[in-house]
Design a protein around this ligand. Structure first.
Ligand code: NAP
Length: 276
C-alpha cells in the first residue's frame, strides 16, 4: 500500500474540475486523480495536462452510478488505504431555454447534483484520512434559491439540527412536488439547479457536524463553496472568471494547512465565509 497522499476531483475532464486538478498538480504533494465518467474524455484531459508538464492520474467515476463509485472506493482503499483530499465538483445544469418539462429537469438535476454527490460522500468520506480536506462545489445560487423558499423551508434548511435523512426527504419531496405541479404552492423556488445546490450546501453543513461528533480528533475540514461565475460549457462565454480563477476557492479549501482549525462546515465564495 502506498503512503503517498492522494487527492480526488470529480467531474474533472473539463471546466472548473479540470482547472482544480491543474492547480492541485502544481500544489498538492501527492497523487492527483482526475476522474471523469467517460474514460476517453478523462484520458484526453490527462494528456492535455501532460503537455503542460503536469502529472495527473486517471480513474473512471460516474457519480450517478453506485458501482462506479464503489469501484473507485475499493481502488483507493487498496492502493492508498484511503484518501486525503476529495473535491466533489461534478454537476449538471439545464440550459435556460431547455424545453424539457420542469419535473424532468428537477429529477435529473437532483439525481446528479444532490443524490450523486451524496452517494460519493457515503462511500468515500469514511475513507478520508486524518487532516483530510473535503470540498463540495455548490453555488451562490443555493443562497438565492434559499431566499426564494417559504419561511418554513428556510428555517429547515438553516437548522443546526436537521438530519441527513430529513434533508433527503425534503429533496425527494421537491421532485415529487414538481411532478404534481404543486412545488410553488409547497414553498419551493422555481429553480431545480438552485434546489439541488441548497441540498449540497445543507448536506455539507450536516456532514461537518457529523465529523465533529464522530471524528473530532481527526482534524478533517469539510466545506461547501461557490467557484464564482465561470466561463465553462455550463455557464457560457459571458461569465467573467476563467476556469483557473474559478478553481481558486475550491483549491484554497482543499489545501487548508494541517494546523488550520477552520473554516469547517461553512459556505464560502472568493475564499470568504458567507452567511447561510
Ligand atoms: P462543466 O464545464 O459543464 O463541467 C461539469 C463536469 O461535471 C464535466 O466534467 C462533466 O462530465 C461532469 N459530470 C456531470 N455529470 C457527471 C456524472 N454523473 N459523473 C461524473 N461527472 C459528471 O461545468 P462547470 O462550470 O465546470 O461546473 C463545475 C461545478 O461548478 C458544478 O458543480 C457546477 O454546478 C458548479 N458551479 C459552476 C458555476 C459556473 O459559473 N460555471 C457557478 C457555480 C457553481 P461530462 O464532460 O462527461 O459531461
Amino acid at each position: 500500500m502506498s503512503n503517498v497522499p492522494v487527492a480526488v476531483v470529480t467531474g474533472a475532464n473539463k471546466g472548473i474540475g479540470f482547472a482544480i486538478v491543474r492547480a492541485l498538480c502544481k500544489q498538492f504533494p501527492g497523487d492527483v486523480y482526475l476522474t471523469a465518467r467517460d474514460p476517453g474524455r478523462g484520458q484526453a484531459a490527462v494528456s492535455k495536462l501532460q503537455e503542460e508538464g503536469l502529472r495527473a492520474l486517471f480513474h473512471q467515476l460516474d457519480i450517478d452510478d453506485l458501482q462506479s463509485i464503489r469501484a473507485l472506493r475499493d481502488f483507493l482503499k487498496e492502493k492508498y488505504g484511503g484518501l486525503n483530499v476529495l473535491v466533489n465538483n461534478a454537476g449538471i445544469a439545464f440550459k435556460v431555454h431547455d424545453t424539457a418539462p420542469f419535473a424532468v429537469q428537477a429529477e435529473v438535476t437532483l439525481k446528479t447534483n444532490f443524490f450523486g454527490t451524496r452517494n460519493v460522500c457515503i462511500e468515500l468520506l469514511p475513507l478520508v484520512k486524518p487532516y483530510g480536506r473535503v470540498v463540495n462545489v455548490s453555488s451562490m445560487v443555493s443562497s438565492s434559491a434559499l431566499g426564494g423558499c417559504s419561511q418554513e423551508l428556510q428555517q429547515k434548511f438553516r437548522s443546526d439540527t436537521i438530519t441527513e435523512d430529513e434533508l433527503v426527504e425534503l429533496m425527494n419531496k421537491f421532485v415529487e412536488d414538481t411532478k404534481k405541479s404543486v412545488h410553488e404552492k409547497e414553498g419551493w423556488p422555481n429553480t431545480a439547479y438552485g434546489v439541488s445546490k441548497i441540498g449540497v450546501t445543507v448536506l455539507s453543513r450536516i456532514q461537518a457536524r457529523m465529523l465533529n461528533e464522530k471524528r473530532k480528533g481527526d482534524h478533517i475540514l469539510l466545506n461547501a463553496c461557490c467557484p464564482g461565475w465561470v466561463r465553462t460549457d455550463m455557464a457560457g462565454p459571458k461569465a467573467p472568471k476563467t476556469p483557473d480563477e474559478g478553481a481558486e476557492t475550491p483549491v484554497y479549501l482543499a489545501l487548508l494547512p494541517s494546523d488550520a482549525d477552520g473554516p469547517h462546515g461553512q459556505f464560502l465564495s472568493n475564499k470568504t465565509v458567507r452567511t447561510w
